[in-house]
Design a protein around this ligand. Structure first.
Ligand SMILES: [Zn+2]
Length: 313
């Protein structure tokens, strides 16, 4: 039997490497023991220099994409998820939701449809509300980058039914938002959300979870909220750690652009974003320099193995 790596990809919206000032950088305030146990430090200068130890690697990635102005979500997420420099293509950073051109890129070259087409099993763990799904299917609401990819790869989404089966989580890591929207699901702790992500990852080659409350807290310049959200993320990572064998699972935590790491400004930042990798294959990602590099590296890792396995069989 060949070695079969699995990838868990945790996307944290708006998380850059910030200033060394706890007045404005919630990463220096939040209690993040899981992250600390991997990376060893939250010192921004250490992060900018890159960290590598026997547990984890942290590599700073450029999110400006060589284009003036502040990095934005539509171009940043397309670049991250499809490995295409979308800002260069449009000659600007595009905020909000991907336009038709970016949607086409995500639907063809996005990491989820690319892996599914190549015969890998992939999962997007985020649960969608039943009220929203028809609006996405009929394109009556703008589609996020992950929504475009999920439609292209699976034709739909995980829902509160998957949440009740323990096979999906709402983006808030607790399901509280789903309950507020009238869906009958249990409230969970962020740590359990991590365990659910790990459980889904155990039966898929590639598992994606998207967290975006960090970006909202950054726009609202709310230190207390930002700190709580980062602590929730750390608890979720703790849940993943408790349930995953890092000898065969690569955990990736990264972002599309800076925002929450500098609450002195309400907009995004041009700061690099951290690429944190945990697991045996982590060093393969050490040479990456841009958010456009992440998806090609994931696809190469999973498809090279797939070819190796087929050969051995
Ligand atoms: Zn934003």
């Amino acid at each position: 039997m060949g070695y079969a790596p699995r990838v868990i990809f945790i996307f944290i919206d708006g998380l850059g490497i910030g200033p060394a000032d706890p007045e404005v950088n919630p990463l220096l305030v939040a209690r993040m023991p899981t992250l600390a146990s991997w990376v060893g430090t939250t010192d921004p200068d250490a992060w900018l220099a890159g960290v590598s130890n026997e547990r984890a690697s942290l590599t700073p990635l450029d999110a400006t994409l060589g284009v003036d102005g502040l990095p934005q979500s539509a171009t940043g997420q397309t670049s991250l998820y499809a490995g295409v420099n979308a800002a260069e293509l449009l000659r600007r950073h595009m905020p909000g939701y991907p336009n038709k051109a970016l949607q086409a890129i995500l639907a063809t070259r996005g990491v989820l449809p690319t892996l599914v087409r190549a015969g890998c099993s992939a999962a997007f763990v985020n649960a969608y509300t039943f009220r929203r799904i028809p609006e996405y299917l009929t394109r009556r609401r703008p589609l996020s980058a992950t929504t475009v990819m999920s439609l292209a790869a699976f034709g739909g989404f995980r829902t509160s039914e998957d949440v009740r089966r323990g096979e999906a989580v709402f983006h808030d890591l607790t399901n509280r938002g789903l309950r507020r929207r009238g869906e009958n699901v249990p409230v969970i702790e962020p740590r359990e959300a991590g365990e659910i992500i790990a459980r889904v990852a155990a039966v898929h080659h590639f598992t994606l979870f998207e967290y975006f409350l960090t970006d909202l807290a950054g726009h609202r310049q709310r230190m207390h909220r930002a700190t709580l959200y980062l602590e929730d993320v750390d608890e979720m990572l703790n849940g993943i750690r408790s349930a995953v064998d890092f000898a065969r699972t690569l955990l990736i935590v990264t972002s599309d652009h800076g925002n929450v790491e500098d609450l002195s400004t309400r907009g995004h930042t041009r700061k690099p974003v951290p690429l944190i990798t945990v697991g045996t294959e982590r060093e393969r990602f050490r040479g990456l320099t841009s958010i456009t590099d992440v998806t090609p590296a994931c696809v190469a890792l999973l498809l090279e193995d797939e070819r190796g396995r087929v050969k051995e069989d």
